[in-house]
Design a protein around this ligand. Structure first.
Ligand SMILES: Cc1cc2nc3c(=O)[nH]c(=O)nc-3n(C[C@H](O)[C@H](O)[C@H](O)COP(=O)(O)O)c2cc1C
Length: 193
């Protein structure tokens, strides 16, 4: 599979990057083609809500041109997109949120029989790290993400929350094992393409 991973957190070598790295390693070892984008140093403007992407029956994409243009193209080309972020006030980090908002341009005619999407059938997954110990810390984040697949006509590949991410030592072998199992789950029933 062609896999794209998106790292939304500010810290390039932080907890999220560490866990995502384990997921990527496992995906590569399974023979998948993985490319990764660190979003923090990209220019990703917010959605203008201009509606230009909804004016025709054809999906025309986003009219704003910045670093998101190439990333959105990479997303469209991927079989699996792994979104990842630290939990920031019970939500995802700003750059990833801005990018997701720009995926408004991926589809037309939501709720209509003509509903069409550039990422139809794509697998999408979300990895979140947080300081809080409890899964429900990220509940609202996962709920929003699971709803994203509806307008995208995509498929939820999986969700993973790694809690107690305060110091690097907390990212022990048990976390690595969870990351590896997550990667395996994402590829379930999907042969290497
Ligand atoms: C601005 C900010 C807000 C945060 N909000 C939360 C939160 O709501 N819940 C939580 O569990 N952790 C929260 N944290 C902690 C981080 O999510 C956690 O330490 C994460 O693993 C950091 O990831 P990183 O090392 O990739 O930056 C917050 C941290 C920052 C900097």
């Amino acid at each position: 599979m062609k896999v794209l991973t998106l790292q939304g957190g500010a810290r390039k070598n932080g907890n999220t990057a560490t866990v995502l790295g384990w997921v990527e390693e496992e995906l590569v070892s399974m023979g998948h083609e993985v490319s990764s984008v660190y979003l923090q140093n990209k220019e990703i403007k917010g959605c203008l809500a201009c509606g230009k992407c909804k004016e025709t029956m054809e999906v025309v994409g986003c009219i704003q041109k910045d670093d998101a243009t190439e990333i959105l193209d990479q997303m469209v080309a991927a079989d699996l997109v792994v979104f990842s972020s630290p939990l920031y006030f019970w939500g995802i980090a700003g750059p990833l949120k801005s990018l997701i908002d720009r995926t408004y341009s991926f589809y037309v005619d939501y709720h209509q029989p003509e509903h069409a999407s550039l990422v139809e059938g794509q697998r999408q997954a979300l990895l979140v790290t947080g300081a809080g110990a409890w899964e429900n810390n990220a509940e609202a984040t996962f709920t929003a993400f699971e709803r994203l697949q509806k307008p995208h006509r995509a498929i939820l590949g999986g969700n993973l929350y790694i809690g107690k991410c305060t110091t690097a030592e907390n990212l022990d072998e048990s976390v690595k094992e969870r990351a590896i199992n997550f990667a395996k789950l994402l590829c379930r029933n999907k042969a290497v393409l």
